[in-house]
Design a protein around this ligand. Sequence first.
Ligand SMILES: NC(=O)c1ccc[n+]([C@@H]2O[C@H](COP(=O)([O-])OP(=O)(O)OC[C@H]3O[C@@H](n4cnc5c(N)ncnc54)[C@H](OP(=O)(O)O)[C@@H]3O)[C@@H](O)[C@H]2O)c1
Length: 256
Amino acid sequence: MGSRRGRRPVAENILLLGGTAEARGLAELLVGEGVPLVTSLAGDVVQLRLPPGQVRVGGFGGAGGLARYLRENSVTAVVDATHPFAERITAHAATACATSGVPVLRLSRPSWAERPDATTWHWVGSIAEARTVARTLGERVFLAIGRQSLPEFADWTELPVLARVVDAPAFEVPPNWEVLRARGPFTLDAELDLLRSHAIDVVLTKDSGGPTGAKLDAAAELGVPVVIQRRPALPAGVPVVAAVAEAAAWVRALGE
Ligand SMILES: NC(=O)c1ccc[n+]([C@@H]2O[C@H](COP(=O)([O-])OP(=O)(O)OC[C@H]3O[C@@H](n4cnc5c(N)ncnc54)[C@H](OP(=O)(O)O)[C@@H]3O)[C@@H](O)[C@H]2O)c1
């Protein structure tokens, strides 16, 4: 890393939209190479580890606000490394960059759709559909869908629900729910144990990808059906990469 410092032209001024492990990994790489970079975080989630380099926190005020930020801060390129389900900021980044003439790259971790067992899952397009399908499949639900989507299940007050989240839900969960606060990745043995000990008969999750796929292995092993929410579509015309190294290469190529 150090050998690169001072050798390459660093004319870029990168805005990295973060909130994911991939964004942090990219910041570690690029800051280590001396690339001027600001990581932007939404700020609504407890952030345990801040990335290296400059950090700003909070929304921009829509696509217009983001375009203004790009202009006022002379941003020369944007890497959108937000979560695959962070649909709004991704759309705003695409619009703001298009109107500002600033190149943008989407870094989105690989989907689970390529797994061999993915064809056995019940793919749905929305939380509303996930709710309906899950109720036809089982009665003891494991909700592994992230904190943001949990309120959409708040009226499930009669089912035994096991909800796993990193940060505490922002609403008072019904008394029949058990909330498990844990940060992955999880081992297959731990996931098998969890599903068995709670007699889970349906897993409801979303195609986040990343290192928390052991729950899907456990479901496959136990024959528990999986309801999984498809990723939102990506904005047209924005190049996409799945690996931190590819995003770093895109940034380096900007200065060539
Ligand atoms: N959705 C998930 O399952 C999930 C999981 C893990 C981490 N995260 C992270 O948590 C953040 C919020 O997720 P979300 O699903 O609520 O996103 P979202 O629905 O796409 O964004 C909602 C609003 O939050 C602001 N925002 C989001 N990400 C931002 C960022 N990196 N920097 C500055 N402002 C940001 C934007 O406000 P303005 O319109 O005012 O600019 C955006 O319109 C994201 O950064 C994402 O990477 C999300």
